[in-house]
Design a protein around this ligand. Structure first.
Ligand code: SF4
Ligand code: SF4
Length: 252
């Protein structure tokens, strides 16, 4: 990757402690509900189903008793230098808003899927079907997130609507909406993780926990050598996990 990342005074980021993740999938379920992702007609078909947050199982490929596994939750990495943005012919996805969240403008998307091909993290999903909720399940629909039609691409937005709500709440309390307290804005997956594996906050704000977490010697980012400069960090004490995250060759 070439080019420099645009700097944002507020930089929302997620830190995922892989050693705490049990692979329960609560993050995936809460994301689907929060963001109006309809029940999938072909849920077992990974090429035609939608999971803005997806938990992968990793293995160190060793036989018992040295066998080890880990679980890796994977939202959009909110790249500082996003390959998906530069390929979009109609600016339906962009990295411009303060906070550094990569946007997705559904009415502008023409469904060409260049961004799907360009994203090295496989986090973008094309809508193959009309979104349909079985009778009764439509009651779970949230008024805070738009429903996407068939034929456009979607992805994790760091629950952007929650940021707007947090700013409104800060204004109502006479606080500065551009300097939210730690925890005032968190994504649905972070709120619902029962093992506390996920943290969220402003990476640049010393008062936010994530500011310290990313300084851990065990912190790493996925495919860091690509230069995507992501806003999602991972932590693991296990070296094989950290190496797998950057796709090290066996000889390295
Ligand atoms: S699928 Fe939509 S967002 Fe992706 S590159 Fe094409 S127009 Fe842009
Ligand atoms: S992870 Fe993929 S979709 Fe998200 S900003 Fe990076 S390239 Fe774009």
């Amino acid at each position: 990757m070439s080019g420099h990342s645009k700097e944002f005074p507020i930089t929302w980021g997620m830190v995922i402690d892989i050693d705490k993740c049990t692979g329960c999938g609560a993050c995936m379920a809460s994301c689907q509900t929060e963001n109006n992702i309809e029940p999938q007609p072909e849920a077992s078909n990974k090429l035609r189903s939608t999971s803005w947050m997806l938990v992968y199982e990793l293995t160190n490929d060793k036989a018992f008793p040295n066998h080890d596994i880990a679980f890796l939750p994977r939202p959009c990495q909110q790249c500082g230098n996003p390959p998906c943005v530069s390929v979009c012919p109609v600016i339906a996805t962009d990295k411009n808003e303060d906070g550094g969240i990569v946007s997705q403008v559904y009415p502008r998307c023409i469904g060409c899927r260049y961004c799907v091909a360009a994203c090295p993290y496989h986090v973008r999903y094309f809508g193959w079907y009309d979104p349909i909720w079985p009778e009764g399940m439509e009651k779970t629909l949230s008024p805070l997130t738009s429903v996407r039609p068939r034929g456009v691409v979607e992805k994790c937005s760091f629950c952007h609507h929650r940021w707007n709500l947090a700013k409104d709440a800060a204004r109502a309390q006479g606080k500065n909406p551009d300097s939210l307290d730690d925890g005032a804005y968190v994504t649905a997956c972070v709120q619902n993780c029962p093992s506390g594996a996920l943290s969220f906050g402003d990476l640049k704000n010393p008062k936010h926990k994530v500011h310290e977490l990313i300084k851990s010697p065990n912190a790493f980012r996925l495919l860091e050598r690509l230069g995507t400069n992501t806003q999602v960090y991972y932590i693991s004490r296990r070296e094989w996990v950290r190496k797998l995250g950057d796709n090290y060759l066996k000889s390295e």
